[in-house]
Design a protein around this ligand. Sequence first.
Ligand code: 13P
Length: 280
Amino acid sequence: MKLYNFTELLQVAKQRDFKALGSFNLHCLEMLPAYFKAAKATNSPLMIQISTGTAKYLGHKLLVDSIRSLSESEDVPTCLHLDHCSDLAAIKFAMDAGFSSVMYDGSHLPFEENIANTREVIGMARPRNITVEAELGAIGGSEDGKCLAMSDMAFTTVEEAKRFVEETHPDMLAVSVGTVHGLYTGKAEIQHQRLAEIYAATQTPLVLHGGTGVSDEDMRQAVQGGIEKVNVGTEMNVQWVGECQNTFSKGKVNDSVRNFLVPANDAVRNVLMEKIALFR
Ligand code: 13P
């Protein structure tokens, strides 16, 4: 089965009565079957996103081959997306390797430079039927080893989003509206009004980063306000490591390692199923 790009997968999701797609970061290969189990159990298409760190750790070919193979054997329409990447050569490498969607993150650059680079990535992607996520505004917190201090966080403005979309036409736009990457120290304060105004001005699928720790109610409201892709990463890592700490500390060295990993994989499957249920 081919890998779907974001736009194609969103169409499948809508046909199955979902309003948005969760896009779930994969942290290691052991977790992968749990993602497909969650998608199958909820009759949902599946969007898996890979940080540049995970791509380096596992290798692009292993990721593409294993995800394509499971998509086919499990009969789950799947999109393989490169998460946050600001290196144009690395984006091209992922495209050549078979990723069906990519994110170019130029949010740290001056506005005009972000526009120019986003256009360049879209120029590479469109002829290959690969979708492109762009980002405007700065999302705080910690992601793939990089940390943006909360004091440097900058909300996306309606005016800039409108101009950016008119000049680049991305397939989806990541916006900074109050979520942060990683674990929250308090409650996420999502700016729903700003979100609705950005959506009205751009009419482009918007992406909510930092899905971990966002309340179910905020998540549902954000989806009503124009969010069509919700990124969740840290939560699966937290659950998996937490379960492993528990089972590894209780087990013996000659126990099958599988016994240690099954509860962790089940916990990850449950996270995905709970999040997916919010997008109906
Ligand atoms: P969390 O790790 O906070 O869920 O965010 C994931 C994300 O936005 C990846 O781009």
